[in-house]
Design a protein around this ligand. Sequence first.
Ligand SMILES: NC(=O)c1ccc[n+]([C@@H]2O[C@H](COP(=O)([O-])OP(=O)(O)OC[C@H]3O[C@@H](n4cnc5c(N)ncnc54)[C@H](OP(=O)(O)O)[C@@H]3O)[C@@H](O)[C@H]2O)c1
Length: 331
Amino acid sequence: MSYRAIVVQEGVPVEPRLRTIDGPCTPAPADPVEIHVSHSSVNYKDALALTGGKGVLRHLPMVPGIDAAGVLAADTQALTAGTPVLVNGAGLGERTDGGLAERVLATADTVLPIPESFSAWDAAAVGTAGFTAALAVLALQRHGLEPGAGEVLVTGAGGGVGSYAVALLAALGHSVVASTGRVPERGPELEALGAAEVMDRAELGHPGGKPLQSARWSAVVDSVGGVPLANALAQTRYGGIVAACGLAGSSALPATVLPFILRAVTLVGINSVDAARASRTAAWELIVEHLRSGTISAIASRTVGLREAIAVAREVLDGRIPGRVVVDVRE
Ligand SMILES: NC(=O)c1ccc[n+]([C@@H]2O[C@H](COP(=O)([O-])OP(=O)(O)OC[C@H]3O[C@@H](n4cnc5c(N)ncnc54)[C@H](OP(=O)(O)O)[C@@H]3O)[C@@H](O)[C@H]2O)c1
């Protein structure tokens, strides 16, 4: 049965094309279920895959897309055909064909029903970005962070993960400081999402900062890595927690152990791709409880068709996209 998909093929340079294919480009994942996809999104990882970045797609040719939302093609042990479902990560668009296609195969255990109050568009708009932000917030809560404990810093706040982290933390009653390189463009929107303060990312960008700096943050959600993460660690208060989600700036961590051994700071890693089903469910419960539809449409203010997703990738990597772009794969 043929369907439309973006296929990334071997070549110099690697070139993604919108094609009609007769079946998956990659072997199926374990315990596969088929989803008729209606919506996906363009995450940072997808943007890398669509622009020939190395290290995302493990084989070529492959269909990229780490998010998929649509309906089940057939009954499974847990759900009936036609049930609206979503998948985030779980190897889609990395180890096996992803969601930038009208069909995808996903491991049954990673497929969740779309919450009743959400549409497939909502599910894709939240996508891995909102899911990852929710996993980070859950990690902060497990550490004991409560509203009123002090300021929470979110870096890369103008991007997908950052915007959702700001919205979730603010909805939970935290005092959120949003760090962004786009203060004039994104500042008012981040305040509308609930940020108490918007800070220029240059304030965290000084290399060679002292290993212990004036202690400010009770917690940090970081999607940037590198010097800003090192400075954020150095500015975290005694007993605070820092959730490392991403490397949009750098994969380096030019820090010392002093925040850990003198301020008992905890650094926790967030991995959305391989999250266990219980974590997936808990994260989506948090999302449903705390993200209003107006918030989601404010963060994901643009929807494109499948072909346009290829062009959008460059804009994502250049940091020109506010929040998240949804892909309507039927267009
Ligand atoms: N751990 C996981 O499971 C997981 C899941 C999803 C994403 N991620 C990772 O998290 C990161 C963010 O993903 P995303 O989808 O939110 O990407 P995104 O929408 O492109 O946002 C990334 C943001 O990072 C900031 N940024 C970019 N380059 C920077 C630089 N050189 N220095 C400082 N800040 C910079 C920008 O924020 P401003 O515009 O506000 O300055 C940009 O909007 C990526 O590295 C991605 O791979 C990890």
